[in-house]
Design a protein around this ligand. Structure first.
Ligand SMILES: [Cu+2]
Length: 140
């Protein structure tokens, strides 16, 4: 009887640990302050995958943005253009950096004015989601 209780406690602890041991770490998230009168902007961050499996970002959501798309920049005859990506793979044990001029989350239908701290949730193909807080960063 005692060993059965012990087993249950162990099972509980290992389940708790698995839950707390999140595979995805999001660092340095920020939202660029929108140009006055505009309802769109971009978010940048570093996404680190600490798990042994690749993680595939498929969507992002926030209360303060009506639509969020994953974008990258491509060179097209000397012109930088943005292109939507339906998926962004973060390989096992690696980081992907979203930064100006490259990958970013494109934010549409912003609810202005934005607050200084902006909760942002990233969701992955395996059904898991991770929430971070992006800070609002001024254009200057
Ligand atoms: Cu974009």
């Amino acid at each position: 009887m005692l060993s059965r209780v012990f087993m249950m406690i162990m099972a509980f602890f290992s389940a708790t640990t698995a839950f707390a041991d999140s595979a995805i770490q999001i660092d340095g998230a920020y939202v660029r302050e929108p140009i006055p009168g505009r309802y769109m902007s971009a978010a940048f961050m570093n996404i680190k995958n600490d798990s042994a499996k690749e993680k595939i970002l498929v969507s992002a959501k926030a209360d303060w943005a009506g639509l969020i798309e994953i974008h990258t920049h491509i060179h097209d005859n000397g012109v930088m253009r943005m292109r939507q990506m339906m998926e962004l793979t973060i390989p096992a044990g690696e980081s992907v950096s979203l930064q100006p001029g490259g990958l970013h989350l494109m934010l549409f239908k912003l609810e202005l004015p934005l607050s200084e701290k902006l909760p942002l949730t990233l969701c992955f193909k395996d059904g898991s989601c991770e929430t971070t807080t992006a800070v609002l960063r001024s254009l200057k």
